[in-house]
Ligand binder design. Structure first.
Ligand code: 5AD
Ligand code: SF4
Length: 441
């Protein structure tokens, strides 16, 4: 039977990257092969993100461009999966008649079945039920040698931060059973994977509702003990309110656990944190940072910040700027607040004008750029372990990789290959990347 071509475009976060890998694996079992050329595709899947308004807009503008492809090739199937699919459901099929398939966040395991149904019956299908059981199925695993892999340990979120659509589009928090995770991790290790990133919206609360009882740190230790030894273990995302002393200690105790935490603060103002329903104060956040640095002085810290949350005053924003100054993050992701459907913040009246949000974002990013640059410059002269990911996309003839602290390093070397761990002497630094020379191969 002739192989069909599958083109997947992924928007948004690492969880979506992971879900896209699962969809590719599932469709490969049904005689599809992945293509990088959208014009050759028999099936196009857009795995979408709706976390911010801009992310959702990107999906619609991309979708608009697919209309022409469908006109040229009426046999082409176009599907939309992920958070926008979950959020909009049937409305997408009504608004965009050239779409064939809408599959929500819990439906990806049904994809082969749904595609088959469309091929047989020839009508549009929408599947947006929440079906936790299916989500506990094990990831089929990558069928190619990869250096780094993602591994989802949970789904959904129960925190209901007032600005956030995730609990509505990804569903309630559920932890995958330990044996499933260990089996998947074991498969990755057997495949030669060097680095695993554990994924969840709030990994620190992993284990809630599981029997026998287990904490996130307990899970980390089990994965770190699997043979053959894993070089690097990471996790995203942590919620400051659930970052336990046990987990903080693990940075000292668990060898593969990399010295980096992404700890979204969102705001430096306790008043705004309260309105966001984050359940920690500015002081509590700062003391978690101090505890982390106490156990692991060189730990890299990154964060997410929202500017212009409804009601944010200049004084609130100043507190956020001050927090950045105090913490000295290695890097931040910063966003202008945008209304999201179904959220509580959407209903608030005291919205901040667009130009104020933009001005605050610019100011915040300028401050952080300086901080990141200084932090990176302090690494010049040090020798750091780099996991080689492959040729640099930006600089011809150079290789690229990351330090344990998750910093990108570009370096020239002809003799090392993808997946090796090398020591690189850092010679130059910008706010986003480091440059160096390999010392030991
Ligand atoms: N507006 C702006 N930023 C948001 N984020 C989540 N929801 C919104 C929103 N409505 C940001 C948060 C979160 C990151 C993934 O996206 O900072 O940590
Ligand atoms: Fe959204 Fe808050 Fe859950 Fe993160 S913890 S996914 S910001 S509701």
């Amino acid at each position: 039977m002739k192989q069909r071509q599958l083109y997947v475009e992924t928007f948004g976060c690492q969880m979506n990257d992971y879900d896209s890998e699962i969809m590719v694996c599932l469709m490969e079992d049904k005689n599809y092969v992945q293509t990088q050329n959208i014009n050759q595709a028999d099936l196009i899947l857009l795995n979408t993100c709706s976390i911010r308004e801009k992310a959702e807009q990107k999906v619609y503008s991309y979708l608009g461009r697919l209309r022409g492809l469908k006109e040229k090739n009426p046999d082409l199937l176009i599907g939309i999966t992920g958070c926008v699919a979950q959020q909009q459901g049937k409305k997408l099929l009504n608004d965009l008649p050239y779409l064939d398939l809408v599959v929500g966040t819990h439906g990806i395991y049904r994809l082969p079945q749904l595609v088959e149904e469309i091929n047989k019956k020839g009508h549009q299908i929408c599947w947006t039920n929440f079906d936790y059981k299916l989500n506990n199925a094990t990831h089929p695993g990558p069928n190619q040698i990869i250096v780094k892999a993602n591994l989802a340990i949970m789904q959904g979120c129960d925190n209901f931060c007032t600005y956030c659509v995730v609990p509505y589009v990804r569903g309630r928090e559920i932890s995958r059973p330990v044996p499933d995770i260990l089996e998947e991790a074991g498969g990755l290790l057997a495949n030669g994977v060097k680095e695993i990133t554990l994924l969840g919206q709030n990994v620190n609360s992993y284990g809630r509702g599981l029997e026998p009882k287990i904490t996130f740190t307990g899970l980390i230790k089990k994965i770190a003990d699997l043979p053959p030894a894993l070089s690097r273990l990471r996790f995203v995302t942590s919620h400051p309110k659930d970052l336990s002393v046990e987990l903080i200690r693990a940075f000292d105790e668990v060898k593969p656990l990399c010295e980096h935490v992404h700890l979204p603060v969102q705001s430096g103002s306790t008043r705004i944190l309260k309105a966001m329903h984050r359940k920690y104060t500015r002081e509590e956040y700062l003391s978690k940072v101090a505890e982390l640095r106490d156990v692991c002085p060189d730990i890299a810290l990154t964060t997410d910040v929202i500017v212009g949350f409804p009601g944010e005053t200049q004084a609130d924003f100043d507190q956020t700027m001050d927090l950045l100054d105090r913490v000295n993050f290695d890097g931040i992701f910063s966003f202008k607040y945008s209304d999201r459907p179904m959220t509580q913040a959407m209903k608030l009246r005291n919205k901040i004008p667009e130009e104020v949000k933009s001005a605050r974002l610019t100011e915040l990013q300028a401050l952080q750029k300086n901080i990141s640059l200084k932090k990176n410059q302090a690494l010049v002269g040090q020798e750091l372990e780099v996991l080689v990911e492959g040729p640099s996309k930006r600089i011809a003839g150079q290789l690229t990789g990351r330090t344990r602290t998750n910093k990108i390093v570009n370096f020239a070397c002809e003799t090392v290959s993808r997946g090796s761990l090398v020591n690189v002497l850092i010679e130059a630094a910008s706010a986003n990347t480091l440059r160096g020379t390999v010392r030991h191969e």
